[in-house]
Design a protein around this ligand. Structure first.
Ligand SMILES: Nc1ncnc2c1ncn2[C@@H]1O[C@H](COP(=O)(O)OP(=O)(O)O)[C@@H](O)[C@H]1O
Ligand SMILES: [Mg+2]
Length: 206
């Protein structure tokens, strides 16, 4: 097994599953957490990730197939998507694909799912399809405030990790998002994003 990524939360290995290339994701023990709480959190995120990765396929979100889950070890073996993360693509490509990402997030929200960790490293372009990964923090929710928090996070990531292309990328994201959730939801949710941002600014000055 080859270690390909050491994340804050999980280690990612390349492996094989029935002769297909596969990814093994294992959530690591955190020594700063109480051991039984730690096991509970890792188990719960492993359950969430494997459930929602499959659930969202039903309404058309491309995600890796889940091959195997071991809750005790907090590990998932899934299909490897042999592409590149959006984060690692050239800037022009990121701008262009932001519309598709907006559509995918719109489809999640329209179906009552928030991703919970919307970064450009959690989308993988393979051939012409954008896949979504990393559902450990996702949730089923119908609260518009939760959708706004999801949008706020991806906006923040565009602002920090992709500052030079922030504006066109965010605009394209919003065009894609609106085309899926409809204008009324779009207006309501983006208004909530502005509310979060103004609270943030207010909090920053006191
Ligand atoms: N199924 C997959 N196919 C291809 N690459 C993957 C897959 N799952 C994870 N990766 C790679 O590993 C990285 C980290 O995995 P991720 O599930 O996002 O864990 P983390 O919680 O550490 O962000 C991803 O950004 C991606 O580069
Ligand atoms: Mg990730």
């Amino acid at each position: 097994m080859k270690l390909i990524k050491k994340g804050a939360e999980a280690d990612i290995y390349q492996t094989k599953w029935n002769n297909s290339k596969a990814i093994l994701k294992i959530r690591k023990k955190k020594n700063y957490r109480n051991p039984s709480l730690d096991l509970k959190i890792r188990k719960q995120r492993t359950i969430k990730e494997s459930q929602i990765i499959s659930q969202v396929k039903l309404f058309g979100i491309p995600t890796p197939l889940v091959y195997f889950v071991n809750l005790k070890k907090a590990l998932i073996i899934m299909q490897e998507i042999p592409g590149k993360t959006i984060h690692d693509l050239p800037e022009l490509k990121i701008i262009e694909l932001s519309k598709e990402i907006g559509k995918l997030v719109g489809m999640l929200h329209k179906n009552g799912v928030i991703h919970g960790d919307l970064t450009t490293s959690n989308f993988i372009l393979f051939q012409k399809t954008v896949f979504v990964i990393d559902f450990g923090l996702s949730q089923n929710t119908i609260k518009p405030e939760d959708y706004a928090v999801d949008l706020r996070l991806i906006k923040e990531i565009l602002n920090s990790a992709h500052a030079k292309i922030m504006e066109p990328a965010w605009n394209n994201f919003l065009i894609g998002y609106r085309s899926i959730v409809g204008n009324a939801n779009y207006v309501k949710i983006t208004k909530l994003v502005s509310d979060i941002e103004s609270r943030g600014r207010y909090a920053a000055v006191i």
